[in-house]
Design a protein around this ligand. Structure first.
Ligand code: LLP
Length: 462
């Protein structure tokens, strides 16, 4: 049957097997960190800092791993697909890479949908999500004949039916159901418990009612059920428990309503390692196989043909493929009860990575521009924003001789970094450079101060 895929652990640039750097990361003989064959000093010189850098080869490999895992794990069932969750990080180049590697694209806004369409991804390879889709989003999705609209509520079901009727078309609908499984790294990113905004509850009967209403509607086609239980989930049991609940709902509906529910999407949420202290998450294939085993057992127990299964990984494809490069500015040391802590300020911060402030997320950092010439000291890397919670890395050992102008690289920032960036303190959002085989190019241009001033009705005239 299936062969196990290699675990995508990449070596630390210093040679240790940490598995948190992009696959092509290496230390050059000069001591500089290089990604995709491009030294970070060159990246900083040519593109400036702060800078998001994405390793194209690494991101493609991770996408391919999901495609192969789904193909292999579901080969004896009705098949498996992977949708790349664009919310992690989407631009035209990334949409194209994902499509090249055989993935579909999951979008959740008009601009995400337009980004995918703009680079030629056909509607049938795109999904649309959202708990409060606009009329424009629903219309665009119907006009583009997307693979599925994931409908989040009974109110939205009625709205999609009305818009599809106006346009004389049929909407391909997946119903997002909540299973009661609460999983994930932080309360704000756990999404399948009852007391939150997403989805149709199985326990309350809303999910069953939505199935009945979809079947009864003239302009809706019930493609499948959808479940997304949260993000940064290490436990395969959380996924399989939720999967069993969705499969049970499907079996009941198939038996009692005589309908076919040909697909299930188990959402995203597959974990990555942010630092070497984090647990090693299951390999992509192991997540896929856990879901396949659950689907296989259900088909055997119920006699109902297995559904076509899809998943929506975002972070597990994008996060480890990206790093952020910063330039060191001011430095100070403070006395603590148990020693000292050095504060190293860099030229970005919570505007380019909100995750430490929002979720208490931990990252690590390395001196990227040269070999350290001293032992490490306990360091907190902080940003340039006017908040004490503006932390980039809580606690890391960095060379005692670190000084202004040195480059610091923070790994695993490829997901939910640029996509959640802000203009706090009127900082322009950094651009994203893709590196591959010694070449570097913008895939998302940086904002400039003039871009920001341009939006300002009075300041733009000055
Ligand atoms: N599918 C749906 C319906 C989702 O809501 C999400 C994430 C995904 C897929 C992709 O999840 P992933 O595989 O990337 O975990 N900003 C947070 C994460 C929020 C995720 C929201 N939904 C963070 O930075 O950790």
């Amino acid at each position: 049957m299936s062969t196990r895929l290699e675990n995508l652990a990449a070596p630390e640039p210093d040679g240790s097997a940490a598995g948190i750097w992009p696959t092509t990361a290496q230390r050059l003989p000069s001591g500089e960190l290089a990604i995709g064959g491009v030294s970070t000093a060159r990246l900083a010189r040519e593109f400036g800092t702060p800078l998001y850098v994405v390793d194209e080869e690494d991101m493609r490999r991770r996408a391919r791993a999901w495609k192969e895992a789904m193909d292999q794990a579901f080969a004896d069932l009705a098949g498996g697909n992977a949708f790349y969750a664009g919310k992690a990080f989407l631009c035209g180049a990334v949409a194209r890479w994902m499509a090249d590697e055989g993935l579909f694209i999951d979008t959740c806004s008009e601009a995400e949908l337009r980004t995918a369409l703009a680079v030629g991804i056909p509607g049938e390879r795109i999904g649309l999500h959202g708990n409060n889709k606009s009329r424009a989003e629903i219309e665009l999705a119907l006009d583009a004949a997307v693979a599925h609209l994931v409908v989040d509520s009974l109110a939205e079901l009625a709205q999609v039916e009305a818009i599809a009727a106006e346009r004389g078309t049929t909407a391909k609908v997946m119903l997002r159901v909540t299973t009661g499984v609460h999983a994930g790294g932080h309360e704000y990113i756990a999404t399948a418990h009852e007391d939150q905004k997403f989805g149709l509850s199985i326990a309350s009967g809303a999910a069953r009612r939505a199935i009945e209403e979809t079947l009864a509607a003239d302009h809706l086609r019930l493609i499948g059920l959808h479940s997304h239980i949260g993000s940064q989930i290490l436990s395969r049991e959380a996924f399989t428990t939720a999967a069993r609940a969705v499969l049970a709902l499907r079996a009941t509906a198939v038996r009692e309503l005589g309908c076919a529910i040909p697909e299930i999407d188990f959402g995203g949420g597959y974990a990555v390692r942010y630092t070497v202290l984090d647990d090693v998450p299951p390999a992509v294939f192991d997540y896929a196989e856990a879901l396949a085993a659950t689907v296989r057992a259900d088909a055997a127990a119920t006699g109902i043909p297995a559904p076509l299964v899809s998943v929506e990984p975002g972070r597990s494809i994008a996060a480890p493929a990206g790093i952020t490069l910063y330039t060191v500015g001011t430095i100070k040391s403070v006395a603590l009860e148990n020693g000292t802590r050095r504060y190293v300020s860099v030229d970005g911060g919570m505007s380019d990575n909100i995750r430490p402030a929002l979720y208490g997320a931990d990252y690590t950092a390395t001196l990227a521009s040269r070999v350290p010439a001293a032992d490490g000291v306990r360091t907190r890397v902080v940003g340039k924003h006017c908040e004490s919670g503006d932390i980039v890395v809580h606690d890391v050992s960095l060379s005692a001789d670190l000084g202004p102008g040195d480059l610091v690289a923070v790994p695993v920032t490829g997901a939910y970094g640029r996509s959640m960036a802000s203009n706090y303190n009127l900082l322009p959002r950094p651009g994203v450079v893709a590196v591959r085989d010694g070449e570097a190019r913008w895939v998302l241009r940086p904002e400039s101060i003039s871009d920001l001033l341009e939006l300002d009705v009075e300041a733009s005239g000055a």
